[in-house]
Unconditional design. Structure first.
Ligand code: IPM
Ligand code: MG
Length: 357
């Protein structure tokens, strides 16, 4: 029986970059059944919830989710449950996708696109492992209210030791396949959750004596990332710090449009680990519909889907190599173009397709 992949293009540039990724995915794996459902602002506009029932049913019977992006300015100011982002919020929570893996690499030849000096980002190869189902995103109470006639709002940052333990393990296991270094990021000088975080990470570290562990406070980590980015190997951190630091890490590469991500949890299917795969970049409504968005992140997200959810490392690598070749040959989308005329989304995808071996 062929595997079903849930395609959730979402908003902004989501549909165009996802279409490009599906072209590449179905080229290497024509046996897959790719089925699409509407989520995010697109669903809200159609009078459905951000995560429509149709999307849920599709995800339930899929091996993995290829997600575009959600978020549109017209929903600014709405409560979370009426915002496009709620789709992602629910998918992460309901499938317990607690481990968000965000690899950050600079493609050779793109060093000059970075806002940092090229020599600082040359050889940059790090992974942010972000806890995705806990912390301030999900803790209760979480509300706006009026107390004694004064408006106030509260978000709650809560962590339980097992949540920290399992994400720490993901980081240490991953480090073992790489340069064997984990940097844990917290704010233990101020936050109780961070003190627990640090204690638990140290406890887990004892099971991994071959992996070097160090700790950074989040403000310092933000600074070190632009000062000596190539020194990092695996960064593990809680949900919101990871959200912020992964955008910072991503732009070191010159374009946030090149970075994929995988969100993994406990659910397994006959074919592998169930997961959600999406570009780190947002919906970029300012350039949506123009056909100029960089599809690299979406294409590489499809490669991660093959690797983790379909146990198909061979085809994941084929796609990754094809993207590398495209860059090596000078293929550039508008935000990266220097000398060469920029390629549109579809033309870039066509170059990747032409470089599949
Ligand atoms: C991300 C995004 C999301 C987040 C938004 C869209 C809810 O910024 O995946 O990094 O904050 O987690
Ligand atoms: Mg983010």
């Amino acid at each position: 029986m062929s595997d079903t992949i849930a395609i959730l293009p979402g908003d902004g540039i989501g549909p165009e970059v996802t279409r490009a990724a599906v072209r590449v995915l179905t080229q290497v794996r024509p046996d897959l059944t790719c089925e699409q459902a509407v989520v995010g602002g697109a669903a809200l506009r159609a009078g459905m919830p951000a995560l429509s029932g149709q999307a849920r049913v599709l995800c339930d019977r899929s091996a993995g989710i290829l997600f575009g992006s959600v978020g549109l300015p017209e929903f600014d100011g709405k409560p979370l449950a009426e915002r496009p982002e709620y789709a992602l919020f629910l998918l992460r929570r309901d499938y317990e996708l607690y481990a968000n893996v965000r690899p950050v690499r600079v493609f050779p030849g793109l060093e000059d696109a970075s806002s940092l000096k090229a020599e600082l980002v040359r050889g940059l190869d790090l992974v942010v492992v972000r806890e995705l189902t806990g912390g301030i995103y999900y803790g209760q109470p979480k509300e706006q209210r009026v107390v004694d006639g004064i408006e106030e709002a509260v978000d709650t940052m809560l962590y339980r030791a097992p949540e920290i333990e399992r994400i720490a393990r993901v980081a240490f296991e991953l480090a073992r396949t790489r340069r064997k270094r984990v940097t844990s990021v917290d704010k233990q000088n101020i936050l109780e959750t961070s003190r627990l975080w640090r204690r638990v990470v140290e406890r887990v570290a004892r099971e991994y004596p071959d992996v070097a562990l160090d700790h950074l406070l989040v403000d310092n980590a933000a600074m070190q990332l632009v000062r000596r980015p190539a020194d990092f190997d695996v960064i593990v951190t809680e949900n919101m710090f990871g959200d912020i630091l992964s955008d910072e890490a991503a732009i070191l590469t010159g374009s946030i449009g090149t970075l994929p991500s995988a969100s993994l949890g406990t659910k397994r299917t006959a074919s592998g680990q169930f997961g959600l795969y999406e570009p780190i970049s947002g919906s970029a409504p300012d350039i949506a519909g123009q056909g100029i968005a960089n599809p690299t992140a979406a294409i590489l997200s499809a490669a991660m889907l093959l690797r983790h959810s379909l146990n198909d490392d061979a085809n994941a690598q084929r796609i990754e190599r094809a993207v590398e070749r495209a860059y090596a040959l000078g293929a550039r989308t508008a935000e990266l173009a220097s000398e060469t005329p920029p390629l549109g989304t579809d033309a870039f995808a066509a170059t990747v397709l032409a470089n599949l071996r």
